[in-house]
Design a protein around this ligand. Structure first.
Ligand SMILES: *Cc1c(COP(=O)(O)O)cnc(C)c1O
Length: 480
């Protein structure tokens, strides 16, 4: 038996490379990431490529080791080349992501030490750090102490946690679900509709509140709908507003909706996944006024704080409500209850064992200080306005309403051909070109191009390049 154990130990110790081996592995990875970063301003935002990363399948999981350089080569070719490159400042589609380096270093530290940040008992420091970050977020949106929250993997999970909490706080169950009403506009992010389904609220009634010309919720219509529903014996319980819609960047009248929610006793949820962190900028703070009235808010550090993917956050004002929906005490965890000075993430979310997400957020905020984050957000607001003004100087382009945050909408109106067809071709031509990436949407039946500025690598030169690409592609399409 001892022989057997010794033999197994020899093998399993391969999982703990010695220092020189670590250095060799690390250097290979650092070489790759350094080359990636040194070229990041030159590489395309989008690469049309036929194999679509199929080559990665040449590396199936087997018992034998593979040289790391071979693996990195395959990652470069099959993963980091084809299709959309979210690290590029030319990524101006959907809502661009971030990827600041100091956050990657935070992940590296968190991963090497592998602190267990799920419960206070296991890593009180890590839990304090995460709760401190949550407190900071609540503080910047104007909440008084006493709220709770959770660092999630993203906005979708954060929305789900908020909606589950609203469901339970408003006592929605099998006896009243079919009579219970949720209010949102068409601009609500699809992750909200998904969360409603996942939360078991599919059978409740979802009312689409009409929007005004700027795609903002019409509170007068909301009021009418609630009154009618109450009169019909229904149970209005939740209203969901956008603090920056993904589609057009619309901010709903947050304050008025908040007053209505309070008066009618509805749970008030605000989706600030995209727009939430604009509160760090004076002007954004003003535009998001009323966010302090919400019962729950979500925001995405992997959008508005330029973190790599994998960071969302949910804030809930009523501590008991979030706990009631997520608290659980297993027998095998009985050692963990004592001396809990802080609430544990495991009691505030569906997760138990989780990534120590606090570190990837705390380290960059502390290493850089907040000032560059504020500047970067404000720069994005100005770049969007600059684009909005400049695109109108190119003949034939028509713009949507003045950008509220960092999304601008526009389209080209050709003299002869069909506009929807033309803009579809224009988007395709831009994607084929690849220097910048733009996405599109349908607004009231009109094919519309969107420019979303939120990558920390997008600067004035990127916007000028975008204008130039648009000009070139329109000219090329006109010729055919
Ligand atoms: C991105 C986004 C979401 C979803 O967040 P993920 O982090 O992608 O899961 C929800 N709402 C809005 C407004 C968003 O922009």
């Amino acid at each position: 038996m001892l022989d057997k154990i010794a033999q197994l130990e020899k093998q399993s110790r391969l999982l703990e490379p010695d220092s020189p081996t670590r250095e060799r592995l690390r250097n290979s990875v650092l070489n790759y990431t350094e080359n990636f970063l040194n070229a990041v301003n030159e590489i395309n935002a989008y690469n049309l490529e036929d194999t679509k990363g199929k080559g990665i399948l040449d590396f199936p999981i087997t018992d034998e080791p593979t040289d790391i350089n071979q693996l990195i080569d395959s990652v470069e070719k099959n993963i980091d080349y084809p299709s959309l490159n979210p690290a590029s400042g030319g990524h101006l589609g959907y809502i661009p992501g971030g990827g600041i380096y100091t956050s990657a270093l935070g992940d590296y530290m968190a991963d090497v030490t592998n602190r267990y940040s799920g419960v206070f008992f296991a890593s009180p420091g890590a839990v304090r750090m995460e709760n401190m970050l949550i407190n900071w977020m609540g503080n910047i949106i104007g909440w008084e102490p006493g709220f709770v929250g959770n660092l999630t993997s993203g906005g979708s999970m954060a929305n789900l946690i908020a909606i589950v909490t609203a469901r339970d706080a408003k006592k929605i169950n099998s006896t009243n679900i079919a009579k219970s009403v949720i209010y949102a506009t068409r601009q609500a992010h699809h992750s909200i509709l998904k969360a409603i389904r996942v939360a078991g609220l599919k059978e409740s009634i979802l009312r689409e509140v009409p929007v005004d010309a700027h795609f903002k919720m019409q509170v007068s219509e909301l009021k009418k709908m609630i009154a009618q529903d109450k009169q019909d014996g229904l149970n209005p319980f939740l209203v969901i507003a956008s603090a920056g819609s993904t589609d057009v960047g619309a901010v709903d009248p947050l304050s008025d909706i908040g007053d209505m929610a309070k008066k009618e006793n509805l749970w008030y949820h605000i989706d600030g996944a995209y727009g939430g962190f604009f509160v760090l900028v004076k002007e954004g703070k003003k535009k998001l006024q009323g966010i302090e009235k919400a019962d729950s808010v979500i925001m995405d550090p992997h959008k508005g704080l330029f973190l790599p993917y994998g960071s969302g956050a949910v804030l809930v004002k009523n501590k008991e409500a979030l706990l009631n929906s997520h608290y659980y005490l297993a027998n095998y965890m009985q050692d963990t209850v004592e001396a809990n000075e802080e609430l544990s993430p495991a009691d505030l979310s569906p997760e138990l064992t989780k990534h120590f997400r606090g570190m990837r957020l705390w380290l960059p905020l502390k290493v850089h200080g907040l000032a560059p984050f504020r500047a970067c957000l404000e720069e994005k607001l100005w770049l969007t306005r600059y684009f909005y003004e400049e695109i109108q100087k190119i003949g034939g382009f028509e713009v949507g309403h003045y950008p509220e945050l960092s999304v601008a909408t526009f389209r080209y109106v050709p003299k002869k051909s069909d506009a929807n067809e033309f803009n579809k071709k224009l988007i395709e031509a831009i994607q084929k070109d690849g220097r910048v990436f733009l996405s599109s949407t349908m607004l009231n039946g009109t094919f519309t191009i969107r420019l979303a500025v939120l990558s920390f690598r997008t600067h004035l030169s990127t916007i000028n390049l975008t204008l130039q690409v648009l000009k070139e592609k329109v000219a090329e399409l006109q010729q055919t």
